[in-house]
Design a protein around this ligand. Structure first.
Ligand SMILES: NC(=O)CC[C@H](N)C(=O)O
Length: 441
């Protein structure tokens, strides 16, 4: 149940007694202006950190999960405009959980706010939720992230939709009286390798006792992707985005490529390594969002920059092929956050086929290896694990882990039958499993 508690005269119903209802810190005081490189300026009031920032201005149509969106590393460098009129009404939970061998030790998508700033029409100054410990404004202040409220987010969204994602400057306090920055002053985050800024620097392992070993190439992983793999009892080794998986690939039963920020062509090294993997290695591979784009580039497809991208929790995608839990001809509602997409070309590279297509804009939403290719590779532009958003396609994780498991069991059955032929008659024990040893961090 969503609670909208706006006025101080609101009486907390009997039923809700005991739930946290707090007034946010009265830090909505400084003037703020959002400048866009296309020439427009929107005046409002500041909240969060009292500092000015640059970024790429994008909009999300999600009506919930502002905390998960803001901690998604794929939003790195972006000024995030929420189209939902009121943001902050359920506050912010404590973003920490016991870190153990099965969990990354947080409840949101990463440890910190990843976007550069947030733009809202109406910041909820009061919040109410059983798990809330602070307001959106105080969370932003603690993470040194500024926000602006009291601006017409419908007008900004219409503009971004018509002219495309544009660069921005959020000016706070005294800087609001400064003129619009010159065009060449705007900082473009996509000129940087943002993936390198958010990817893990050192490998680490989760759920080491899991029965199937999956390597995760980390382009800026959302924590719920790791949870979705661990919940299916995969032992996962998270590797830096530019780690050459070919050097360790025989230790793993499958490879997963994660989401991540910025331009996928900044990850060409990873795509080249993956091209070799796909040529020489037959085990299952699955990629989400940036991971899907890297798989596509490795397969020989081009990636392009969309006008305004897709960010929201209600993007419909049509399945063009059946695979595992996915049935051709069905429409699935998905959560998305991307600016780039793979080119829909005809014909597709040999051994590949389109898997999903977006019902709104016909962009490529998924690719897969063909049945004839003998490979088991899938990439999806959307987030099956969506946090938040619909879970229509969550079973794709079960499909992938099940494929890794059955592929592994088939290999061991083959090895054991080879062993029993070789050792027949010499009295050796052929029942022990030749399970490979995984790379440990
Ligand atoms: N969520 C993602 O992985 C986004 C991928 C890529 N950065 C894009 O914007 O298209």
């Amino acid at each position: 149940m969503m609670l909208f508690i706006r006025s101080s005269s609101f009486k907390v119903p009997q039923l809700l007694r005991g739930l946290a209802t707090h007034a946010a810190a009265a830090d909505i005081r400084l003037p703020a202006v959002l400048h866009l490189k296309s020439g427009q300026s929107y005046a409002g009031r500041a909240f969060g950190a009292p500092r000015s920032i640059w970024g790429e201005t994008v909009f999300s149509t999600s009506i919930t999960s502002y905390t998960e969106s803001m901690t998604d590393p794929s939003y790195r460098g972006q000024i995030l405009v929420f189209t939902s009129p009121m943001i902050g009404n359920y506050g912010v939970p404590l973003n920490s959980a016991p870190r153990d061998s099965r969990d990354v030790g947080m409840i949101l998508e990463s440890k910190k706010i990843q976007c550069s700033a947030v733009v809202v029409s109406d910041l909820a100054e009061k919040y109410s939720h059983y798990s809330a410990v602070e307001s959106l404004s105080s969370w932003c202040l603690r993470h040194d992230i500024p926000g602006i409220t009291g601006v017409d987010t419908r007008a900004i969204t219409t503009l971004l939709r018509d002219q495309g994602t544009t660069l921005g400057r959020l000016a706070i306090g005294q800087e609001v009286s400064a003129p619009q920055p010159a065009e060449n002053e705007y900082w473009d985050p996509t000129t940087e390798n943002l993936v390198d800024q958010v990817s893990t620097k050192i490998p680490y392992v989760l759920n080491p006792t899991g029965d199937v070993k999956i390597a995760v190439l980390d382009f800026g992983v959302k924590a719920n992707i790791l949870r979705s793999l661990v919940r299916r009892n995969a032992a996962i080794t998270v590797l830096p985005w530019n780690f050459d998986f070919n050097t360790v690939r025989d230790d793993f039963d499958g490879l997963f490529l994660t989401n991540g920020p910025g331009d996928p062509t900044k990850c060409l090294d990873a795509a080249l390594n993956l091209r070799r993997t796909l040529k020489e290695w037959d085990r299952p591979v699955f990629g989400i969002c940036m991971g899907h784009q890297v798989i596509g580039i490795a397969a020989g497809l081009d990636a392009y920059r969309m006008t305004f991208g897709n960010r929201g929790h209600n993007q419909p995608v049509l399945a063009l092929a059946s695979s595992g839990s996915i049935k051709a001809g069905r429409v699935y509602v998905t959560s998305q956050n991307h600016q780039y997409a793979l080119t829909l070309q005809d014909p597709f590279p040999a051994g590949w086929e389109p898997f999903f297509i977006n019902c709104n804009d016909s962009s490529v939403e998924g690719i897969k290896s063909t049945a004839e290719s003998g490979k088991k590779v899938w990439g999806v532009q959307f987030h099956p694990e969506s946090a938040g958003g619909p879970l229509d396609t969550i079973d794709m994780f079960s499909d992938f882990v099940a494929e890794c498991r059955s592929d592994m069991l088939r290999r061991y059955a083959e090895v054991e039958s080879d062993d029993s032929t070789i050792h027949q008659g010499v009295g050796m024990d052929t029942t022990s499993s030749p399970r490979p040893i995984s790379v440990q961090a």
